[in-house]
Design a protein around this ligand. Structure first.
Ligand SMILES: Cc1cc2nc3c(=O)[nH]c(=O)nc-3n(C[C@H](O)[C@H](O)[C@H](O)COP(=O)(O)OP(=O)(O)OC[C@H]3O[C@@H](n4cnc5c(N)ncnc54)[C@H](O)[C@@H]3O)c2cc1C
Ligand SMILES: NC(=O)c1ccc[n+]([C@@H]2O[C@H](COP(=O)([O-])OP(=O)(O)OC[C@H]3O[C@@H](n4cnc5c(N)ncnc54)[C@H](O)[C@@H]3O)[C@@H](O)[C@H]2O)c1
Length: 449
């Protein structure tokens, strides 16, 4: 059988895979990319970008609703159908745009999952393909939940495509996706319940700020069921009947749709990694600091599917760039992750960078924690926002800022200023002497330190 040879074979066409493929092709290597779904990856097709388009409308709804009677007359109506149409304007361009960029660079495309047949060989679309470097960049997929009726569950893909918003929805999992989608659905008029097996949402974020966000979400009408374990789902005529265990007792609720937002796991099931001698764990493909497989030097892994770092788009792009450089120059570039801010696109936004209060107290002798709820500050008052909270952490001896945690309508943007401050080792004194525009959210950060 004919065997095709490539310098680089990339599996997955998201931020990580694209970066590797394009950089290697531009530098003269022969490259192929395989994806078993629409080209362009999660973020652009069914993640961050379409989510942010839907979010923008709910954000506009929130601003105008908050100013109802204060210069704005009436509460606007969110038209979900039209909003979805607007979102498709963005998403429909992604697969053809990605494929055409790849074609222009002479990259060969495959539209199926390859599987390893040995350490350097793959089987894809019935063909045998050998590559000097195989790059796994397949991202994450929803965690499978095992209970009776789990086939009735929808995932984030389904939510982002909903033509009509159901009257009632349940989200299983109060993480990033559950919280963001629940708020959007509630603002668009649905009755929303979030069920989580833990005792609070968003476990990687500051407990104090999360309790303010939980309260704000409850004021929006969202009901939380914590310490709850789902048991089964049954289809009724119009609704789904959800049975769950809370406080040791079985309870039930009815809802039109139930979404699995209980976390995402490495997308590696179809790859036959064992045949390729590629080691992996629950966290993803095991890589060294060059992002090379710890067990097969022909293989690199980057982006969400590697066991390195947080699953966020900017980090996937960064990892893709490092893999490309290591393929082109021989392993020279070690992964060093810069200060990484993260934001949950709820309203108010929850955003964080640097270390938590608990970590700071373990790491430094004396810690300054500036924690306050300031809905009376001008920026919150002028848009009639109810919640504005911050917690800024610095080393008391050196005054260097080490952590920033914000809950505000603009926190996803403001946190970037703190990312710069922490990355460059800025002290609270230096930050206070900066001049920022006024009246702006950015200027408020001087008062936080
Ligand atoms: C709903 C949602 C919202 C998000 N919002 C944000 C946000 O606001 N900000 C942020 O930073 N991050 C966000 N993320 C995370 C972000 O989307 C990911 O971190 C990012 O897409 C990872 O890029 P990647 O290239 O590693 O993987 P992906 O973009 O997931 O790309 C992997 C590609 O591999 C393909 N693939 C998978 N298995 C196979 C296989 N067996 N064979 C061939 N191809 C395969 C997939 O089809 C996909 O195209 C969000 C994620 C979701 C799900
Ligand atoms: N704004 C953003 O940057 C953004 C947005 C969406 C997703 N993401 C990325 O995608 C990743 C996945 O997000 P996610 O929201 O799917 O996961 P997550 O890990 O943030 O949250 C999962 C939640 O589900 C709960 N859970 C797990 N199993 C459960 C069960 N059986 N029953 C009830 N609850 C259960 C967990 O306790 C947790 O609260 C995130 O870690 C993040 O990196 C980022």
């Amino acid at each position: 059988m004919e065997v095709k040879n490539f310098d680089v074979f990339v599996i997955g066409s998201g931020s990580a895979g694209q970066t590797v493929a394009e950089t290697c092709a531009k530098n003269g290597l022969t490259v192929a990319v395989a994806d078993n779904r629409a080209f362009g990856g999660t973020c652009a097709n069914r993640g961050c970008d379409p989510k942010k388009v839907l979010f923008s409308a709910t954000e506009a709804w929130e601003s105008t609703t908050n100013l109802n009677g204060k210069g704005i007359a009436g509460v606007p109506e969110l038209n979900w159908g039209k909003l979805q149409k607007f979102k498709r304007k963005f998403t429909k361009l992604v697969p053809p745009g990605t494929e055409s960029r790849f074609n222009d660079l002479g990259i060969v495309l495959y539209h199926q999952s390859p599987e390893f047949i040995d350490e350097q060989t793959l089987l894809v679309e019935g063909k045998t393909v050998r590559a000097n470097n195989i790059v796994v960049a397949t991202g994450l997929q929803p965690r499978r939940l095992n209970f009776e009726g789990n086939n009735l569950l929808k995932t984030s893909d389904g939510f982002l495509k909903l033509k009509k918003l159901p009257k009632s929805l349940v989200f299983i999992g109060a993480g990033y996706i559950g919280m963001e989608f629940a708020q959007m659905a509630a603002r668009a008029g649905s009755k929303v319940i979030i069920l989580d097996r833990g005792n609070r949402p968003l476990k990687s974020f500051d407990t104090d700020l999360v309790s303010h966000l939980t309260r704000a979400s409850e004021q929006l009408g969202i009901q939380f069921l914590f310490n709850s374990e789902i048991k089964k789902i049954k289809k009724l005529r119009k609704n789904l009947k959800v049975s769950y265990i809370k406080d040791g007792k079985e309870q039930t609720l009815k809802s039109r749709s139930v979404f699995n937002t209980a976390g995402r796991v490495p997308a590696i099931t179809d790859l036959n990694l064992e045949k390729g001698a590629v080691a992996f764990s629950k966290k993803g493909i095991k890589v060294n600091e060059y992002l090379q497989s710890t067990t097969n030097p022909n293989v690199y892994a980057c982006g969400d599917v590697s066991n390195f770092g947080m699953p966020l788009t900017p980090l996937s792009g960064l990892q893709g760039a490092i893999v490309a450089e290591n393929i082109l120059q021989g392993n020279k570039k070690k992964i060093r992750t810069p200060m990484t801010p993260s934001a949950v696109f709820t309203l108010p936004n929850l955003a964080s960078v640097g270390i938590s209060e608990e970590t700071a107290k373990r790491r430094y002798k004396e810690v300054e924690v500036n924690y306050a709820s300031v809905p009376k500050w001008f920026n919150a008052q002028r848009i009639n926002a109810r919640a504005y909270v911050y917690k800024i952490i610095s080393n008391k001896r050196t005054k260097v800022i080490v952590g920033a945690h914000l809950l505000s309508p603009n926190a996803a943007e403001t946190i970037n200023l703190f990312a710069m401050a922490i990355q460059t080792g800025m002290t609270t004194d230096v930050l206070q002497r900066m001049i920022f525009t006024y009246p702006s959210w950015g200027n408020d950060i001087k008062s936080m330190v």
